[in-house]
Design a protein around this ligand. Structure first.
Ligand SMILES: *[C@@H]1O[C@H](CO)[C@@H](O)[C@H](O)[C@H]1NC(C)=O
Ligand SMILES: *[C@@H]1O[C@H](CO)[C@@H](O)[C@H](O)[C@H]1NC(C)=O
Ligand SMILES: *[C@@H]1O[C@H](CO)[C@@H](O)[C@H](O)[C@H]1NC(C)=O
Ligand SMILES: *[C@@H]1O[C@H](CO)[C@@H](O)[C@H](O)[C@H]1NC(C)=O
Ligand SMILES: *[C@@H]1O[C@H](CO)[C@@H](O)[C@H](O)[C@H]1NC(C)=O
Length: 392
């Protein structure tokens, strides 16, 4: 089970089971900060769709404004600091909100077919409501409209899961990061236990629909249609599993930081075990180049730095949040992945090799790509998690 990350003076006493990061890790981290900056600037320089805007905001929050990320000690109240770079990304998401409530929609032809993707910027938008007093109502209205879309407008599957798509009922592993951390965060900020439970239930329903027995253990298939009761992409996709782990981790940590954590022990514990399931299955597929394959089955098995970075970030987080369950073997893998990625960043700050984040042709994410916002965001999340693990 996840522990609350307490204040600096109390936390180390509870942390005795953790594998302490050495001071050489701290100096290694310092020596690579320029790489992190280049990863971030390439992320911010890239043209972005709705899910990428939200993911970039989330990665920026963790890197630039960690006290307000759900991994910070008391993230749901203002500590006086203005989270400028996160709110700059959130502002664009809110300015481009569609009338149905989805954030970051009004770009290009505004035909984003996703129901959940816009919500990936929801937490950053709601953060504005208590850190930017001059626009309190603006941020709150935008976040409320986005929440209303998720709860009352988006299609539901036969089990009550919020569909990832707006014109059909589909489960995508990606949705677990896009939609559910925002619902939990809204619950935490407004002290609403119903929303915390909904966020958990949505993770549970998505896992129930997508979990498969893979060659390296239980992992998530990518896309299942509830309309036709058939898989659209049954492949075990690294990035899909990474989205699921990233999302469940944020939901679990958010619940843990509220006063409702003591009545939601079973929910937190289940989320933790489902995160472990993904790390175990994916890390068992680690290649000799220390990256996980793009697909474990059902698609191209080329090395993928993007999902590898995301999974390494999750491993660093759980290693200090629940050291009883995640031993040194998780951060050892994370360090191998980190070195493989950091030593191979291009002179433009881009991660490589990566999968093209757009399917070609749908629904095949087989092709390697040159740049994706999500890859860059995952790289930055890996740096933030590495930093926080060192400091824990
Ligand atoms: C919690 O959120 C739900 C969904 O928005 C809402 O229906 C309910 O009234 C809220 N409960 C409280 C106590 O605010
Ligand atoms: C947690 O998972 C167990 C085993 O699948 C299940 O029996 C239990 O109902 C789950 N708890 C919650 C709160 O969903
Ligand atoms: C780490 O070791 C534990 C205990 O031996 C094992 O259950 C788990 O699967 C291992 N995980 C990884 C990623 O190596
Ligand atoms: C994607 O890769 C898988 C496995 O290599 C292959 O079976 C499938 O035909 C590929 N699809 C496309 C459209 O390239
Ligand atoms: C670095 O990236 C290039 C381009 O994707 C790839 O061919 C090469 O194998 C990578 N090197 C390592 C050591 O992973």
């Amino acid at each position: 089970m996840l522990q609350i990350r307490l204040t600096a003076s109390v936390w180390p006493l509870l942390c005795l089971g953790a594998y302490a990061a050495s001071s050489s890790e701290a100096s290694l981290y310092q020596s690579k900060l320029r790489v992190a900056d280049n990863i971030q600037s390439a992320m911010l320089a890239s043209i972005r769709t709705s899910w990428e805007q939200g993911t970039a905001a989330g990665a920026t929050l963790e890197f630039d404004d960690p006290e307000y990320s759900v991994f910070g000690p008391s993230p749901f109240v203002c500590d006086g600091k203005f989270p400028l770079s996160t709110l700059q990304l959130a502002y664009s998401a809110a300015v481009r909100q569609s009338s149905d409530g989805r954030l970051s929609q009004e770009i290009g032809d505004a035909l984003d077919g996703a129901a959940l993707d816009g919500a990936s910027a929801g937490s950053a938008v709601l953060l504005g409501s208590f850190t930017d007093a001059s626009r309190r109502d603006y941020w709150l209205n935008a976040a409320n409209a986005q929440l209303n879309f998720l709860l009352n407008v988006a299609p539901r599957t036969s089990t009550g899961a919020i569909s990832h798509r707006i014109d059909s009922r589909q489960y995508w592993a990606d949705g677990v990061y896009m939609g559910f951390p925002f619902i939990a965060y809204f619950g935490a900020v407004t002290n609403n236990a119903t929303l915390l439970q909904i966020a958990y239930d949505q993770c549970r329903l998505y896992r129930d629909a997508l979990i498969l027995d893979g060659p390296t253990g239980k992992l998530w298939g990518h896309i299942y249609s509830d309309d036709t009761k058939a898989w659209i992409d049954q492949g075990i996709w690294g990035t899909g599993n990474a989205w699921a782990a990233l999302g469940m981790l944020r939901v679990a940590v958010t619940i843990q930081k509220t006063e409702h954590s003591s009545t939601m022990v079973s929910q937190i514990s289940n989320l933790t075990s489902w995160i472990k399931e993904i790390l175990d299955g994916e890390f068992a597929a680690l290649r000799s180049d220390n990256l996980v394959p793009n697909y474990i089955i059902g698609g191209s098995s080329t090395p993928d730095a993007a999902s590898s970075a995301a999974l390494a970030s999750v491993a660093y987080r759980v290693a200090y949040l629940c050291p009883q369950q995640f031993g040194k073997n998780y951060t050892d893998v994370a360090a191998k992945i980190r070195d493989a990625i950091v030593d191979n960043i291009t002179n433009l700050g881009t991660l490589q090799p990566i999968v093209d984040s757009l399917p070609d042709p749908f629904p095949y994410w087989n092709k390697t790509g040159l740049l994706s916002t999500e890859s860059q965001a995952f790289g930055l999340m890996m740096f933030s998690a590495w930093r926080d693990w060192i400091a824990a």
